[in-house]
Design a protein around this ligand. Structure first.
Ligand SMILES: *[C@@H]1O[C@H](CO)[C@@H](O)[C@H](O)[C@H]1NC(C)=O
Ligand SMILES: *[C@@H]1O[C@H](CO)[C@@H](O)[C@H](O)[C@H]1NC(C)=O
Ligand SMILES: *[C@@H]1O[C@H](CO)[C@@H](O)[C@H](O)[C@H]1NC(C)=O
Ligand SMILES: *[C@@H]1O[C@H](CO)[C@@H](O)[C@H](O)[C@H]1NC(C)=O
Ligand SMILES: *[C@@H]1O[C@H](CO)[C@@H](O)[C@H](O)[C@H]1NC(C)=O
Ligand SMILES: *[C@@H]1O[C@H](CO)[C@@H](O)[C@H](O)[C@H]1NC(C)=O
Ligand SMILES: *[C@@H]1O[C@H](CO)[C@@H](O)[C@H](O)[C@H]1NC(C)=O
Length: 264
């Protein structure tokens, strides 16, 4: 082995080590403006778990990034691991949402976030092909009452078809598509009871959940909190990576990112 190879090896090992300690830090992030940022959500590479990246703007508000766009975060519930984002608005005097150029809300499906089954999506100005979809595009669909009762979207009254559907089930849980061959606008409501009159609907929101983070990755025992955990080989996936597994009767708490006493 020559010196160059050795240097390269050392460099990549150092990079690996610094990634391991950096990337999987369990330090919670500082508040963004007045909003607490719970673990594992991450507003910078040095806090939280960077797989769970969200954005904190200079003015102190939080944004959720999708593939080519971002949406304001309205609220975060660390207990249920859910975030409510504000859907795109409708361009005035049109029936088109501002995110139509990005094809609507497209989550990166390799990241640990998906759309929960608590959302009711109202699709507006759809083509007739949607009548063949599993969406409810009947004359009784709640989208008609919504268009009727909402002055700011009166341009949607001329759309040939509108539809309503509850997320989850067989539908894709990573996107709310907006496009010429489908619908040109949408809105979303969390835990909506469609039998309520529209003036009693809550403001628009789309609920997203994050999947529980696994135990912290380690290279050696010094990367773990030795009083509660031990660095050991993770035998579930293929690559044989090591994680700080909790000692004895302690259990991994994915919400705090620490080993705690079981509540049972
Ligand atoms: C934070 O809270 C204070 C007091 O309630 C308020 O004056 C301020 O505008 C808030 N800042 C942000 C960024 O929301
Ligand atoms: C999705 O996220 C992964 C991991 O961060 C990244 O490598 C990839 O480029 C992202 N894909 C898109 C389409 O943004
Ligand atoms: C309705 O959708 C079509 C097809 O996407 C679009 O061209 C049209 O501008 C939309 N109508 C309004 C009022 O936005
Ligand atoms: C995101 O932007 C890239 C580059 O402009 C583009 O190729 C891709 O189709 C866009 N993806 C979506 C879902 O809009
Ligand atoms: C989101 O992903 C989790 C884990 O894969 C899964 O249990 C849950 O059903 C998904 N949610 C939806 C609405 O598909
Ligand atoms: C569509 O929604 C309306 C109003 O909620 C309901 O009465 C009707 O049965 C639904 N139709 C289908 C096909 O699900
Ligand atoms: C729309 O509004 C008109 C007038 O206010 C009313 O007669 C009609 O029943 C409404 N349609 C729906 C679907 O709510």
């Amino acid at each position: 082995m020559n010196t160059t190879t050795l240097h390269l090896l050392t460099a990549s090992l150092l990079l690996l080590l610094s990634c391991a300690t950096h990337v999987f830090s369990v330090t919670p992030c500082p508040p963004c403006g007045n909003t607490t940022v719970p673990f594992p959500l991450s507003t910078s590479p040095t806090c939280g778990d960077p797989l769970y990246k969200i954005q904190c703007t200079a003015s102190g508000s939080l944004l959720f990034n999708t593939v080519n766009n971002s949406y304001p975060i309205q609220s975060i519930n660390p207990k249920t691991q859910r975030i409510i984002i504000q859907p795109a608005s409708i361009i005035p005097k049109t029936c088109t949402t501002t995110d139509k150029i990005h094809q609507g809300i497209i989550l990166n499906n390799t990241l640990p976030f998906n759309i929960t089954s608590s959302n009711t999506i109202v699709y507006l100005n759809c083509t007739r092909t949607l009548l063949l979809s599993p969406l409810n595009c009947s004359a009784a669909s709640a989208c008609h009452a919504y268009i009727n009762a909402t002055d700011s979207i009166s341009a949607c009254q001329t759309g040939p078809v509108c539809c309503t559907y509850r997320t989850g089930g067989s539908s894709n849980s990573y996107q709310i598509r907006v496009r010429d061959s489908g619908c040109s606008a949408y809105s979303s409501f969390v835990n909506l009871d469609t039998s309520l009159s529209v003036n009693r609907w809550s403001r628009p929101g789309l609920e997203i959940q994050w999947l529980s983070p696994r135990e912290t990755v380690c290279v050696s025992q010094k990367d773990c909190d030795s009083t509660t955990s031990s660095c050991g080989v993770d035998d579930s996936p293929v690559n044989g990576i090591k994680r700080c597994f909790c000692n004895g009767k302690l259990v991994w708490d994915p919400i705090q990112g620490v080993c705690t006493k079981s509540e049972l």
